[in-house]
Design a binder for this molecule. Structure first.
Ligand SMILES: Nc1ncnc2c1ncn2[C@@H]1O[C@H](COP(=O)(O)OP(=O)(O)O)[C@@H](O)[C@H]1O
Ligand SMILES: [Mg+2]
Length: 297
């Protein structure tokens, strides 16, 4: 049973479509990034999957069940955009509470707190936790129920780079255990290598849904060759011969389609010692995101 199937989902808010014909499927063990600018509809889609907000058209099925139904709720774990916990309780107490609710009374809370890097802070009041530590506690709660589907809304916000690294390691573990993971984010760096598929929402419409490679091919974005000339005089000649653009003293940038890369490299090698160095930059997620989502993030 597919953990998440959204078909032609439509939702209106104050007369405007905030979700417009959105279809999305997440298979067991898949890690899907749901990208889009602020206001694109990511959180709304997640809340609709949880059954926290209704939809005006289309269908959503969580392991075949309706959002918000008993079986669907048992199958899903959710890390909200703003994690709010009772500040007077300790991390361990909160987790014990959630374990009770999830029917996981025998869960090894110590191991779980250790897994998210909170072992040392487990018995401190949450009021003393940083934003990143609250985020980690939220993640421990996600891991607790061994969900079929995990919905993480902006999980990296407020995390330092090391914590992000840990977060992605945990996401990989979840996926390896068969959980379907949907990660909503408007922060792109480091998602690149960590997800199997990228879905991009733009003003409520799904404008892309594929692997990074396939999206790069579909977008036809140029590859950039950065060339360093051996000396200033050679830079003009290299630019003229290759159709590149001078960036500064000895740097030239050549933009070409993927198919044109080898031709450009042959031309450069024909220039012999005039070329001191070459750097090849394929389009990254940032470029793709800009292409599909329209404008800067
Ligand atoms: N509770 C709400 N009431 C009315 N409009 C809302 C509410 N929550 C979100 N919106 C609107 O719905 C649209 C999508 O928002 P949201 O799903 O939060 O986007 P994202 O999570 O991608 O930033 C935005 O235009 C936002 O202003
Ligand atoms: Mg949001």
């Amino acid at each position: 049973m597919t953990p998440l199937l959204c078909h032609d989902v439509f939702k209106r808010r104050s007369g405007t479509a905030v979700l417009d014909a959105v279809s999305l499927a997440v298979a067991p063990g898949a890690r899907v990034a749901l990208l889009g600018h602020n206001g694109a509809g990511k959180s709304t889609l997640i809340k609709a999957v949880l059954g926290l907000t209704g939809i005006d058209g289309g269908t959503i099925a969580v392991c075949g069940d309706a959002p918000g139904s008993g079986p669907a709720r048992r199958a899903v774990a959710y890390l909200p955009e703003a994690v709010a916990f009772q500040g007077a309780l300790t991390g361990r107490e909160v987790l014990a509470l959630f374990a009770g609710l999830a029917g996981e009374r025998r869960a090894d809370l110590g191991a779980l707190l250790d897994r998210v890097g909170l072992a040392a802070a487990a018995d401190r009041r949450i009021a003393t936790y940083s934003k990143g530590m609250r985020q980690r506690l939220g993640l421990a709660q996600v891991l607790l129920g061994r969900p079929r589907l995990a919905l993480l809304d902006e999980p990296t916000s407020g995390l330092d780079p090391v914590s992000r690294h840990d977060l992605y390691a945990i996401i990989d573990d979840l996926a390896a255990a068969g959980t379907a993971v949907l990660i909503a984010s408007h922060a792109l760096t480091e998602l690149e290598a960590r997800t199997d598929r990228i879905a991009i929402l733009r003003q409520g419409r799904m404008v892309a849904d594929d692997t990074l490679d396939a999206l790069a091919r579909a977008a036809g974005l140029p590859i950039v060759l950065r060339v360093r000339a051996a000396e200033t005089g050679a830079a003009d000649r290299i630019a003229a011969e290759t159709g590149g653009a001078r960036i500064n003293g000895t740097s030239i940038e050549i933009r070409c389609a993927a198919e044109g890369k080898m031709r450009a490299l042959h031309r450069l090698s024909g220039l012999g010692p005039a070329v001191a160095d070459i750097d090849i930059a394929p389009p990254g997620l940032e470029d793709l995101y800009r292409h599909f989502s329209g404008g800067m993030s």
